[in-house]
Ligand binder design. Structure first.
Ligand SMILES: CC(C)(COP(=O)(O)OP(=O)(O)OC[C@H]1O[C@@H](n2cnc3c(N)ncnc32)[C@H](O)[C@@H]1OP(=O)(O)O)[C@@H](O)C(=O)NCCC(=O)NCCS
Length: 173
């Protein structure tokens, strides 16, 4: 039996956060640690996913993470997240991070990533999420691309699962 699912637009869940980079988050070259940037990416991605699902979400995967250019101490970092596609209980979210040069009024692309979140209730049970309605040309392209990435990911996820259940826990050298 097919289930009735409500629909939400991309705009309803688009999310943004900004950070000024301090020395405590940088390496000895004065560049932001990659791990800290990943944290910001995950947080803004979770905001968009949770707004779309109107539920708690957990990160299932972070993929295609590119560090395009370094982020320096003192930079104004801006991150924007959009749900690219909602599947059944999972959603793919795209995050783009830019540094804003406030004097020159220019933006510099520093990082991008795709993340998958799963909506859960307070007991951790998976929840069916609303369908996503792409409206603009860019949203429609991202929606199609997310479907292609899911197909590519399926075989790899299956293989990793089989390996995990076949091999005993531990390190393999
Ligand atoms: C992610 C998690 C919820 C998946 O649950 P599961 O029972 O193993 O997976 P299921 O096969 O039921 O899949 C649930 C959904 O997640 C998707 N999914 C699962 N693993 C995935 C992966 N590696 N990449 C992308 N999507 C994935 C499935 O495609 C499915 O989506 P759909 O319902 O839209 O079709 C579970 O592994 C988990 O809780 N992981 C830890 C999450 C966490 O703590 N994150 C923070 C990092 S510390």
């Amino acid at each position: 039996m097919s289930e009735e699912r409500i629909q939400r637009t991309v705009a309803e869940s688009q999310s943004e956060r900004s950070e000024i980079i301090f020395p405590a988050d940088a390496n000895s070259l004065g560049n932001l640690f990659g791990g800290r940037l990943m944290q910001y990416i995950d947080l803004v991605g979770a905001m968009a996913a949770s707004r779309h699902a109107r539920a708690i979400t957990v990160t299932a995967a972070m993929e295609h993470l590119d560090f395009v250019a370094p982020v320096r101490v003192g930079d104004l970092l801006i991150l924007k997240a959009s749900v690219n596609r909602a599947f059944r209980t999972s959603m793919e979210v795209g995050v783009k991070a830019m540094v804003e040069d406030v004097q020159a009024q220019e933006l510099r692309h520093v990082s991008s990533a795709y993340l998958t979140y799963v909506a859960v209730d307070s007991e951790g049970n998976h929840l069916v999420v609303p369908e996503l309605v792409p409206e603009t040309e860019h949203q429609k392209r991202r929606y199609e691309d997310a479907g292609r990435r899911r197909e590519l990911r399926k075989a790899e996820t299956l293989r990793k699962r089989e390996l995990r259940s076949a091999l005993p826990q531990g390190w393999y050298i």
